[in-house]
Design a protein around this ligand. Structure first.
Ligand SMILES: [Zn+2]
Length: 291
């Protein structure tokens, strides 16, 4: 081999390798603790979680760690679920243990099995979305965390396409509040601390409805998705914490006042299922049944 070829060939090979787009995938392990969800349900739910992962990458253009391994843990007995959950290191639930939760290291979704498959599916998709957001940005503001989790929990596959179904009771609350002139300022909603948000949620204030509504509004346009991308990236490790309204002022044309006005004007409209453009939505994920 001539000296020039000795350098050029490996360089060419390297270029070829780099030009093949990296294929991010989610590999699943399923642990059944006495519960026995049927294979069709497991396949549907793992396909949807993988689709949420794809939506983060292609619709929100966020770099979710590729080659993710997620373990789904389904428990039959609530007592065993709570005992194992309380045994986890770093356990920090002060109140009652929720019927499903996520961990991000390792990436796990825990859930108590339920005969209500739609409920169980939504709980698992909700927690999976939290897990992906957490992986991207540990300090992500709670309105984005909960708003996106409630948007993606309604994910479905229809005629080969991936859709999010709107959470209509949340939408109803914001519509009523706009009509009655009771909807709070956008800045007040998005700048709330995690503790205040949780306190208001516990006391029955509609902070979940506001968070869902702002996130759904943003997901429904390319500019909005870009803003979600900017906001999540602004909270990644190593970045100085900033208020969401200050970030909106920087990244949204017209700032948070303009976003507030656009959100208010949008609320009275009709909500429909939202298609998200992702590659191969029906492609089954790699699933390993553990036990
Ligand atoms: Zn949540």
């Amino acid at each position: 081999m001539r000296p020039a070829a000795r350098i050029l060939l490996p360089a060419l090979l390297l270029c070829l390798l780099c030009s093949v787009p990296a294929r991010a995938y989610v590999r699943f392990g399923v642990e059944n603790h006495g519960a026995a969800p049927d294979p069709a349900f497991v396949e549907n739910i793992t396909t949807l979680i993988a689709d949420i992962h794809k939506a983060f990458i292609s619709a929100l253009r966020l770099r979710v760690t590729s080659d993710v391994h997620v373990t789904l843990k389904f428990y039959k007995e609530r007592d065993e679920y709570e005992k194992d959950a309380k045994g986890l290191r770093g356990w920090n639930y002060v109140n009652a243990i929720p019927p499903a939760f996520y961990r991000h290291q390792p990436m796990e979704i825990w859930a108590v099995d339920s005969p209500d498959r739609e409920l169980l599916r939504q709980q698992v998709l909700h927690e999976s979305t939290h897990m992906f957001v957490h992986n991207l940005s540990e300090n992500c503001p709670i309105w984005i965390h909960e708003g996106l989790a409630e948007a993606f929990q309604g994910a479905v596959l229809r005629n080969g396409s991936f859709f999010l179904r709107p959470y209509l009771p949340r939408d109803r609350i914001t519509k009523d509040q706009v009509q009655q002139g009771q909807l709070p300022d956008l800045a007040a909603t998005i700048d709330m601390t995690r503790d205040d948000w949780q306190r208001m949620d516990d006391s029955g204030q509609p902070v979940r409805a506001h968070s869902w509504s702002v996130c759904w509004f943003l997901l429904s346009s390319p500019e909005g998705r870009q803003l979600l991308n900017d906001l999540i990236r602004a909270h990644q490790p190593g970045r100085r914490p900033e208020k969401s309204s200050a970030l909106v002022d920087r990244y949204w044309r017209g700032g948070s006042k303009a976003l507030d006005a656009a959100w208010r004007a949008w609320i009275p409209g009709q909500r429909a299922a939202m298609p998200l453009d992702i590659p191969n939505p029906e492609e089954p994920s790699l699933t390993t049944l553990i036990r």
